[in-house]
Design a binder for this molecule. Structure first.
Ligand code: NAP
Length: 281
């Protein structure tokens, strides 16, 4: 059984390709830039740009299952090419943002929701992985840590249950390799709810770099983010943080259900990635 893993320059895709290979499963690693991949020996690379349907047939040839990033632009063409190639099962890296009441009109959820809708309307077996906030989102604060600046937060008490990227990859491995887990949706979270300022404190402790949290207005945060983030996404995040301000995030057992062991803590993520948060001397 051959699995195509899209997005292999990403942390989840690259970890999953390595896990499949280690487990003796045939895997083909896809990326918009396959030359930029560093893969275990024996894993072939292929070009697959979800924004360019011309890349689909060669990437999908002989493939039985796909790990897919949520890019809606050409999802119908991708599904048609997958069916033509004989694909049986698609695992989507979706998002728990689709669980909001009206995901189609939510700027953060809409693209994931559109791809979920297309997949569930297709005859292919579809498994939806819906992670909440990635622990890797903490990298947004690494520059402040390294340069000794404060971390500016519009909602320091906004809570999330950050999930380790390896847990997402291991969950994907489980659903790709165990038919009993396929055809369902899973809400993946970390094991505990933590406020944004609490996450900063965990990183400070792990890295040994003292840092102060500076509560800023939503307008000031949005202005600072303008060069890096579309306005609609910034507005969507701010609206989400209003809802999660001081409200414990839902913690599910879906990582353990899929992988057989508890989700990794944010403390463990911070310890593994402490070097990225160490102040320059
Ligand atoms: N960050 C979070 O808190 C969070 C929470 C829930 C869900 N998610 C979702 O998880 C996914 C990854 O998140 P991230 O934060 O790691 O994002 P990211 O760093 O922006 O995305 C990196 C990945 O997206 C792939 N990709 C992007 N455009 C692509 C295209 N046109 N065709 C094929 N692959 C494409 C890249 O693959 P190549 O460069 O190798 O082609 C790469 O693997 C996103 O869909 C995101 O919405 C994120």
């Amino acid at each position: 059984m051959l699995t195509l893993v899209t997005g292999c320059r990403g942390r989840v895709g690259s970890a999953l390709a390595a896990l499949l290979h280690q487990g003796g499963h045939a895997v083909r690693a896809a990326s918009r830039n396959p030359a930029g991949l560093s893969l275990p020996t024996g894993v072939p690379a292929v070009a697959c740009d979800l924004g360019d349907p011309a890349t689909f047939p060669a990437a999908l040839e002989g493939v039985d299952s796909v790990f897919l990033y949520a890019e809606p632009a050409h999802i119908d063409a991708f599904l048609a090419a997958a069916q033509a190639a004989g694909v049986r099962h698609i695992v989507l890296l979706s998002s728990s943002s689709v669980l909001v009441p009206d995901p189609a009109s939510n700027p953060v959820a809409a693209s994931h929701h559109a791809v979920e809708q297309a997949l569930t309307a297709s005859p292919l077996t579809t498994t939806l992985l819906r992670p909440g906030a990635f622990a890797t989102n903490a990298y947004q604060w690494s520059g402040a840590f390294r340069s000794g600046h404060s971390v500016d937060l519009p909602y320091p008490r906004s809570e999330g249950a950050p999930i380790h990227e390896t847990d997402i990859a291991e969950a994907a491995l489980a659903v790709l390799t165990d038919p009993a887990l396929q055809g369902a949706a899973y809400h993946l979270t970390g094991p505990e709810s933590l406020g944004a300022a609490e996450q900063v404190a965990v990183l400070a402790s792990a890295s040994g770099s003292p840092v102060t949290v500076n509560a800023v207005s939503p307008a000031a945060w949005k202005e600072a983010m303008a060069p890096f983030m579309p306005e609609a996404i910034a507005d969507g995040l701010l609206a989400y943080w209003v809802l999660t301000d001081g409200a414990p995030a839902e913690v599910t057992g879906d990582v353990e259900k899929l992988t057989g062991r508890p989700a990794r803590t944010f403390d463990s993520w911070a310890a593994e990635h402490a070097a990225a948060f160490r102040a320059r001397t």
